[in-house]
Design a protein around this ligand. Sequence first.
Ligand SMILES: *Cc1c(COP(=O)(O)O)cnc(C)c1O
Length: 378
Amino acid sequence: MSWDLDTQSADLRAQGLWRDLRLLDGVKGPIVQVDSQQLINFSSNDYLGLAASSELKEALKEGVNLYGAGSGASRLVSGTQRPHLQLEEALAEFKKTQAALTFSSGYAAALGTIPGLLGPSDTIILDKLSHACLVDAARLSGATIRVFPHNHVEKLERLLATAKGRVLIVTEAIFSMDGDACALLEIVSLKERYGAWLLLDEAHSVGVLGPQGRGLAAALGLENQVELHMGTLSKSFGLSGGYLAASRQVIDLLINRARSLIYSTAPAPALAYAAVHALALLSGQDGDLRRDRLWSYLAILHPEPPPASAILPKVIGDENEALKVSVDLKTRGFLIPAIRYPTVSRGSARLRITCTAGHSQGQIEQLKAELDAVDEFK
Ligand SMILES: *Cc1c(COP(=O)(O)O)cnc(C)c1O
């Protein structure tokens, strides 16, 4: 049996779905170099511009000086270092839950949490547009998987009515490739009516929405009605890592069950140390100023209707056409990648523009002028 690697690559290329790793060089906040050309990066999820902030860089260095470069073992083998515990306490306070658990990434948080809590006799109901890590985690759990069309709460209700075992609804708060919000109010009321639990992935809403940047559930006053608050330290926090915030009972069980925690070396304690600082920045006055700037930029780029998040997608449709528009934008100095299948469904390729507080007003105005001139954006 041949592996047919040539055919597989040729197929991907023919469909406009081939991907390359491009060198992103000379990164100075939103200015980057690709193919020795200087570009303004409108594809980063560092929504508050914290990754390049001197405060956070200093905190990370301080963390390395205090705790060394790596952690050396899983947290359940040698023990858990203080910065991880401090970070989890701070995250729990921030998310108004009893406890929190951190992972090496948001992906690992999903993979540890969902199969850690549900098994083959249970049911997981996901919004169709849920992130790949949520889908993979649901599959790994062995639970029955049901999917409802994006934000289709009537279909969700029908699925809830016939679901077996323990039932978990899974959705993103802000959808990563569409930038819109989930129908949280309706989902929460259905969840309560049918006695299901909700896992809300706030990867793109924490830092951006709600009081102190606490996310969509906080913005709507629904924090107490969400059982499992998932998030990442890789986006607005400007670092890397993931977390789950929940009741003490859930967290204690996950310490025993989450395989991506148990069988993986703990993230560098320096990262956790820096994340405590990132959280203080993000939830404090500095965060408020950064959020104000971000939202004033979003109002320039998308005056009507006001966007739900810092993600502004422009659906082109055809994969090759989307690539072409992206290449055109690159020749004019903008890094705005084409997002294609399987990240989004076939025939819905799009440009995904993300705006951050790290951009300057001038850069935002340059982008606005450019978008007004591109046919595809009219
Ligand atoms: C980025 C992302 C994740 C994964 O987080 P990482 O820390 O990058 O692994 C999970 N869910 C959503 C919705 C995301 O956009």
